[in-house]
Design a protein around this ligand. Structure first.
Ligand code: ZN
Length: 476
């Protein structure tokens, strides 16, 4: 009888032990994965003596979330750092209401709130080692940067911030007063700043960030660099907004910051800069200084208080050229752009508009063949906008193709120029475009961006990507 009891006790103990082990494994699976994912990343070298670093932030707080430690290291190593604040965060109406504890907010309050957010940045930047005189506030509209790319490109069509009612940089401390809220305006001011500062390291948002201001700041910086002729710089791309990333939204200083799963098979090469435990704590303290934001977005913001910062690199894509063929160009050598899957940025699930790949070919006779592929076997979405930017005589040409079902238009600087020769096919899960030479011309380098829509609402958009013709000038 006694012996039987012992056997039962042993069996029960074994079960408890197994249960315990599986519970431990279950809970530590994510942390083990987190460590493995960090191991897979290369280390980032922080800038040093002789380097001129430009840190570009769309909103007051992005600078610290992304780069607090990198900047501090760079300054300690003897680098120069300038902080460029694109907006004053004057379009975050929910946070503004919470700040004033009011249901209705006046334009004056939105402007006052923006100046208060500047003060938070000035205080936070001081903890990073950046003095006030090295911070440039541009005063562009929070929440309006993508509109300046899509609808308000031309000088005569400025965007009006619906909260401050400004349509140009009007804050008294704006870096350049009176710059219109237009694509042309922002590219111009960024280009002149780049010429003045001549940075060899640019830290800026990743073009696949889900926040429209973030991805559009990236696009405008690329265009500005091309317009300024500033090309010889290293780019460090940071991500702030991407669904529920950085997963999970908890303040856990023991975790590493690793790229979202959706970025595994796209073109970005990620690197990590490790923080000492003390540096991680200091980063958390700096984040605490953005009180107006932590009261609304604290969970997201403190998820950046981790053991490393994360920066990506996305070089231009090479575009092959060839004879105009009838056959499909959906082959890996023609891919110029991978877009993260399941990133319908409007958070709607429309696989027929979820862009995953873009293929392009420069045609020997001039013009371009372009295919955009979506994440489905179903019929492809029918509403698209495609943008091409290229430099001609030191100025940008902006060409846009709007496709709405069977109707397509070509616009240059927002005016319809032609629709006659444009050939658009909807085949299975992709659109296939042929843009003839008389519309596109032939240039050694283009910037392209492809966006899909549904009932006029943006569903997915690719990064702004520079395409370099492999033959370069010979192609002309
Ligand atoms: Zn932001």
């Amino acid at each position: 009888m006694k012996r039987k009891k012992v056997i039962i006790a042993v069996i029960m103990a074994a079960f408890l032990l197994m249960g315990g082990i599986s519970i431990v494994l279950f809970f530590s699976y994510d942390s083990i994965l987190n460590i493995i994912e960090r191991w897979q990343l290369d280390d980032l070298q922080s800038p040093g003596k002789g380097d001129v670093v430009l840190l570009v932030a769309p909103h007051p707080d992005d600078e610290a979330l992304s780069s607090r430690h990198l900047v501090q290291q760079a300054l300690a190593n003897g680098a120069k750092v300038k902080l460029l604040m694109v907006t004053n965060g004057d379009g975050f109406i929910e946070a503004t209401k919470m700040y004033y504890k009011k249901a209705k907010i006046s334009p004056e309050q939105c402007r006052e709130y923006a100046l208060m957010r500047q003060q938070e940045t000035i205080a936070a930047a001081a903890t990073m080692g950046i003095p006030r005189e090295d911070i440039l506030f541009l005063g562009f509209p929070d929440g309006g940067i993508e509109a300046m790319m899509h609808e308000n490109w031309s000088q005569d069509r400025p965007y009006t911030n619906p909260y401050t009612m400004y349509a140009q940089a009007e804050y008294a401390n704006a870096f350049r007063l009176g710059v219109s809220y237009t694509g042309v305006g922002i590219v111009g001011v960024l280009a002149s700043l780049l010429q003045e500062i001549q940075p060899n390291v640019i830290i800026m948002p990743h073009p696949n960030d889900h926040h429209p201001d973030h991805r559009s700041v990236n696009a405008f910086m690329q265009l500005a660099a091309a317009q300024a002729g500033v090309e010889d710089f290293q780019t460090m791309l940071y991500l702030v907004h991407h669904g529920s990333w950085p997963t999970p939204w908890v303040r856990d200083a023991k975790m590493h910051l690793v790229p979202p799963a959706a970025f595994q098979n796209i073109d970005t090469k990620w690197r990590a800069l490790d923080l000492s435990p003390e540096a991680t704590i200091n980063k958390g303290k700096t984040i605490e200084l953005y009180k107006s934001q932590t009261m609304v977005l604290g969970l997201l913001m403190y998820a950046f208080e981790r053991r490393n910062e994360l920066f990506g690199e996305l070089p231009p894509a090479k575009m092959l050229s060839g004879a105009l063929e009838e056959g499909p160009i959906m082959q890996s050598r023609y891919i110029v752009l991978h877009d993260p899957p399941d990133d319908n940025i409007g958070q709607y699930r429309h696989p027929d508009a979820d862009i995953v790949r873009v293929y392009a070919m420069a045609i020997d006779e001039g013009g371009m063949r372009l295919v955009a592929e979506t994440n489905t076997k179903e019929e492809v979405a029918r509403e698209w906008r495609l943008f091409w930017f290229f430099i001609e005589d030191g100025k940008f040409r902006r060409l846009e193709i709007e496709i709405d079902g069977g109707v397509s238009k070509v616009l240059e600087d927002e005016k319809v120029v032609s629709a006659e020769h444009l050939k658009v096919d909807f085949i299975d899960n992709h659109i296939d475009l042929l843009i003839p030479a008389d519309i596109l011309g032939a240039y050694p380098s283009y910037y392209i961006m492809v966006s899909s829509f549904r009932n006029g609402a943006l569903i997915d958009t690719t990064a702004m990507r520079e395409l370099i013709s492999e033959e370069g000038l010979a192609w002309q």
